[in-house]
Write a protein that binds this ligand. Sequence first.
Ligand code: HEC
Ligand code: HEC
Ligand code: HEC
Ligand code: HEC
Ligand code: HEC
Ligand code: HEC
Ligand code: HEC
Ligand code: HEC
Ligand code: HEC
Ligand code: HEC
Length: 320
Amino acid sequence: MKSQARSIAVNLARACLSAAATLLLAFAAGPVAAQSGATYIGEKACINCHGQENRHFGETLHAKIFRMNPKNEAERQVCEACHGPGSLHAKNTADKNLIIGFTKRWNTPVETQNGQCLNCHSGGNRLHWPGSVHSTNKLGCADCHNPMEKISATSLEARQSISETCYQCHQQQRAEFRKRSHMPVPEGKMSCVDCHNPHGTPTKPLLKADSVNEVCYTCHAERRGPFVWEHAPVRENCLNCHTPHGSNHDKLLVSARPLLCQQCHDPRGFHPATFYNASGTAQAALAGGAAGPRVIGRSCQNCHSQIHGSNHPAGTRFQR
Ligand code: HEC
Ligand code: HEC
Ligand code: HEC
Ligand code: HEC
Ligand code: HEC
Ligand code: HEC
Ligand code: HEC
Ligand code: HEC
Ligand code: HEC
Ligand code: HEC
C-alpha cells in the first residue's frame, strides 16, 4: 500500500514536471506565428483560400461549438484556435514557419502541434499524457485524431474505428485479435479503450486500472472474489493463464490443457491413484492418440472445475 502511494506520488510529481516541460517547450517553440508577430485574421480569410477543407470541417463538433456557441476568445478564433494566428501565412503561403500545420509534410515540431490542442484539452483523460509512452515516442494528437473531418462516429478519430486507428501502428495486435479465441473487439462489442487509455496512465502498458486484474474485474466482476479457497495464480495475475487479446487455444488460454496446469503442477508430484501415468501428461496429450481420457477436453477441469476459486466448504481442490 505504502509503495503504491509512493509510486502515485512519484507519478504525480513526474506528470507535473513533464507538464511544466511541455508548457515550456510549447512556449519556447511556438506558437510559431506569435514569435514572428502574426495577428488573427478570422476564419473568413482562411476559407477564401481553403474552401475545400472547410466543407468537411463544418461537420465536426469543433466547428459547431466554435461557431454557434463559443465559450471564450480562443474558441471564437475557429481555424486559428488550432493553427495559430495566420496574418503572415496569408501573405506568404509558401513559408512553412508562418502557420502551425499538423500534417507530416508541413513539419511543425510535434510539441508545438500538441501544445495547441492541450491549450484546451490538458488534464482529465490527458492528465498522464506528459511522459507517457506515446508522448515520448513523439506521437502527435493528429496521429490518432483528424479534426478536419468527421471520419468516425465519435472522438474525431483518424480512422473509422478506434481499433483501425490503433492498427495503423500496432499490426501485431491486429493479428492477435484474429486468432481463434479473442476478446470481442473485431465484433465491435468492446474496443482498445475499454482496457487502455492511449493518452497515458500510471500503469504499464497504458492500462486503465491499477493492475491487469483490476482491468479484468471491470467486466468479469464474478472473478474478483474473495473466495474461501483462492487459487494463487488467479489472484496474482489473470495473464498467468490468459492472453488479453487473442489466442489459438480455447478461452484465450496461453497454452493447451493439461500443459497449462502442468507448467506449475509437476506431473511427478503427488496425485491420487495413477493419474499421472504416461498417458496423463501434457506430452501424451500433445502427441495425440495416446492421451488418457482424463486429460482430453476440459482435462484437469473435468475434476477441478472451479479453477478461479471456490466458495464450497470442501472446495480446497477446486472440485466444487
Ligand atoms: C491567400 C490564400 C491563403 C490564405 C488566406 C490562407 N491560406 Fe493556408 N495555405 C494556402 C496555401 C496555398 C497553402 C499550401 C502551401 C504549400 O503547399 O506550400 C496553405 C497551407 C496551409 C496549411 C498547411 C497545410 C498542410 O499541408 O499541413 C494550413 C494549416 C493552413 N494553410 C491554414 C490556414 C489558416 C488557418 C488560414 C487562416 C488564418 C489560412 N491558411 C489562410 C493559402 C492560404
Ligand atoms: C480543432 C483544431 C483544428 C481546427 C479548429 C481547424 N483545424 Fe485544420 N487541421 C487540424 C489538424 C489536426 C490537421 C491535420 C489533419 C490530418 O492529419 O490530415 C489539420 C489540417 C488542415 C489543413 C491541411 C489539409 C488537410 O485537410 O489535412 C488545412 C489547409 C487546414 N487544416 C485548414 C483549416 C481551416 C481553414 C480551418 C477553419 C475553417 C481549420 N483548419 C480548423 C486541426 C484544426
Ligand atoms: C479552443 C479550444 C480547443 C482547441 C484548441 C482544441 N479543442 Fe478539441 N474540443 C474543444 C471543445 C470545446 C470540444 C467539445 C467537447 C468538450 O467540451 O470537451 C472539443 C472536443 C474534442 C474532441 C471530441 C470530439 C467528439 O466528437 O467527441 C476531440 C477528439 C478533440 N476535441 C481533439 C482535439 C485536438 C486533436 C485538437 C488539436 C488539433 C483540439 N481538439 C483542439 C476545444 C478545443
Ligand atoms: C494513440 C492514439 C491517440 C493519441 C496520440 C491521442 N488520442 Fe485522443 N483519443 C484517442 C481515442 C481512441 C479516443 C476515444 C476514447 C474514448 O472513446 O473513450 C480519444 C479521445 C479524445 C478526446 C475526447 C474524449 C476525452 O478523452 O475527453 C479528446 C478531447 C482527445 N482525445 C484529445 C487528444 C489530445 C489533445 C491529444 C494530444 C495531446 C490526443 N487526444 C492524442 C486516441 C488518441
Ligand atoms: C502513430 C503510431 C501509433 C498509433 C496510431 C498508436 N500507437 Fe500505441 N504505440 C506507438 C509506439 C511508437 C509505442 C511505443 C513503442 C512500442 O512499444 O511499440 C506504442 C506503445 C503502445 C502501448 C504499450 C505501452 C507500453 O507501456 O509498453 C500500448 C498499450 C499502446 N501503444 C496502445 C495503443 C492504442 C490503444 C492505440 C489506439 C488508440 C495506439 N496505441 C495507437 C505508436 C502508436
Ligand atoms: C480486454 C482488455 C484489453 C483490450 C480490449 C485490449 N488490450 Fe491491449 N493489453 C491488455 C493487457 C492486460 C496488456 C498487458 C499484456 C502484458 O502485460 O503482457 C495489453 C498489452 C498491449 C500492448 C503492449 C504489447 C503487448 O502485447 O504486451 C499493446 C501495444 C496493446 N495492448 C494494444 C492494444 C490495442 C491496439 C488494442 C485494440 C485493438 C488493445 N490493446 C485491446 C488488455 C487489453
Ligand atoms: C470491457 C469489458 C471486458 C473487459 C475489461 C475484459 N473482458 Fe473478457 N470478455 C468480455 C466479453 C464481452 C467477452 C465475450 C463474452 C461472450 O462472448 O459471451 C469476454 C470473454 C472473455 C473470455 C472467454 C473467451 C472465450 O473464447 O470464450 C476470457 C477468458 C476473458 N474474457 C478474460 C478476460 C481477461 C483475462 C481480462 C483482463 C485482461 C478481460 N477478460 C477483460 C468483456 C471484457
Ligand atoms: C490458473 C489458470 C487461470 C487463471 C490464473 C485465470 N483463469 Fe480464467 N480460465 C482458466 C481456464 C482453464 C478457463 C477455461 C474454463 C473452462 O473450460 O471451464 C478459464 C475461463 C475463463 C473465462 C471464460 C469463462 C467461461 O465459462 O466461458 C473467463 C471470463 C475468465 N477465465 C476470466 C479470468 C479472469 C478475469 C482471471 C483473473 C482474475 C482469470 N480468468 C484467471 C484458467 C485461468
Ligand atoms: C502459474 C502457476 C499455476 C498454474 C498455471 C496453475 N496453478 Fe494450480 N496452483 C498454483 C499454486 C501456486 C497453488 C497453491 C499451492 C499451495 O498452496 O501449496 C495452486 C493450487 C492448486 C490446487 C490446490 C492444491 C493445493 O495443494 O491446495 C489445485 C487443485 C490446482 N492448483 C489445480 C490447477 C489446475 C487444474 C490448473 C490448470 C487449469 C492449475 N492449477 C494451474 C499454481 C498454478
Ligand atoms: C479424475 C479426476 C481428476 C483429474 C482429471 C485431475 N485431478 Fe487433480 N485431484 C483429484 C483428486 C480427487 C485430488 C485429491 C483431492 C483431495 O485430496 O482432497 C486431486 C488433487 C490435486 C492436487 C493437489 C495435490 C496435493 O498435493 O494435495 C493438484 C495440484 C491437482 N490435483 C492437480 C491436477 C492437475 C494439474 C490435473 C490435470 C493434469 C488434475 N489434477 C487432474 C482428481 C483429479
